[in-house]
Design a protein around this ligand. Sequence first.
Ligand code: PLP
Length: 577
Amino acid sequence: MQSAEFRKRGKELVDYIADYMDTLHRRRVTPEVEPGYLSELLPKEAPKKPEEFNDIMKDVDRAIMPGITHWQHPNFHAYFPAGNSYPSILGDMLSNAIGCIGFSWAASPACTELETIVMDWMGKMIGLPREFLHEGGDGGGVIQGSASECVLVSLLVARHLAIRQLKSRLPYTEDGILLSKLVAYSSKLAHSCVEKAGMIGFVKMRQLDVDENFALRGHVLERAIEEDRRLGLIPFFVSGTLGTTACCSFDNLAELGEVCANENIWFHVDAAYAGNALICPEFQHLLKGIEKVNSINFNTNKWLQVNFDCSLFWVKDKDALTMAMTVDPLYLQHKHSDRAIDFRHWGIPLSRRFRALKLWFVIRTYGVDGLQHRIREHCRLAKLFETLVSGDNRFEVLGKVTMGLVCFRLKGNNSLTQKLLKIINESGKLHMVPALINEHYVIRFAICAENASQEDIRFAWKTISIIATDMLARKLSRYDSNIPLDNPSTESFADEEDDEVFPEFDNNIIFDNQRCNLQRARLRRNLFLKMVSDPKSYNPRVLKSLNFELGPRHRSKSLGGTDAMSLSPDFYFGTSI
Ligand code: PLP
């Protein structure tokens, strides 16, 4: 394609995007396809000859769009928001056109310098102390691809420092032996990426209990450290969370930081979602204790109107980070001119996109005021939703509503809440996902759309309420979600009194290959709260299709198979978003 055609197609595509955004609300929020649908619609081999752009776009409409879950839809309330905005799309477009790989200053000076500037802007916006900023000297921030990478990198730095210190005392001990003594900590509500970082880093990871507000507290960490030291282990890393995925709770940074400082432990803070709200001064009290934190991350691509990927990561000691991640042992001694802003050693990949551009476009287009307004508006709408739920005595809200997330359920009933969510998702009118909090199955309602409005929230609540009324008016066992809502059954629902633990899943398909995962999971942790992103647990289409593919040998008794085995809910809630 040459520039003349690019001009034409580019303009057409911008129109297509604007039309998509303007008419998004008319679509179903979730697609109606089943796994494997696309291979039925596309050829088995790549085209040998060039194809027309128009034909590609026809296939976008015919084959791709029907399989899209519309994350920007006003009725999308699942997971956390996927940041988006026109300035961000434009910034990324330009970045893609420039197409530089900015791993060091020399590789593209503007790319590296803009990143350091916007990282300092953002650091100041959320109230980070000067030690975290490039302009402060020893610290600084960099844009990573994801929160998971930030957590992994911080764990690797901590591991490097711990092994180095041990080596200085025990120079003849094998690294592997030292490694086997290291232990890291998070709360049970930490995102699964923390546990994954431990797995990749080959270190033990303990998941600690939280208090009644779902927060990890200093004394719990202190006790765990004492126990582990008695066993001869070496605590080296703690990951605290600001805004847990399941219910947006906040670990106590001040208490944890104090313990980490006393114990010489690297303290990382994962604020993937909630960190965005810190641009509003009224939320900055959540950073109390930040002076004892070593590194922190949050995803502007969640809640700051920036498209994926744009995860901000700051450290106080960038030399420690560089040392842990460089393969050139003399690197720090070179002191060459661009070392201070050389990102080669700050992450896993060497190549880096020019991601700062979209963030810069967004900050400048909306200004700090505009971004704060959006966060506050989402928080206000979450409060409105909480009020609507609380006003209906069939429902209850679990946990505090501090930001843009509300966790709610049918009072005291796991299985009905679970069925309600399934029916709602099946209807295609709204999309939400569940979480398990203290054995309570809750539906997470996240405010996601950039321009979410009061009307959207009222629509969502009305839909939930109508479906709940209809569902409760039927016998569950006979409930057929295909019956239209305007034709509700009048059958009574009298004997549905249980709160069985997710009977639908216990009686559903069991996968041989997942049994050992379950056993491993049981051995490794006692999950009392886990976020659900495994679509098997709430998307009947996925469940149906897996069941079909695996055939009767793998099905549970209730489905006619011979391999039934009772699984605890841990199994189904083992995957976190
Ligand atoms: N940490 C928290 C608290 C999250 O909520 C999430 C995702 O929702 C993550 C980490 C993972 O983020 P990423 O996909 O950027 O790795």
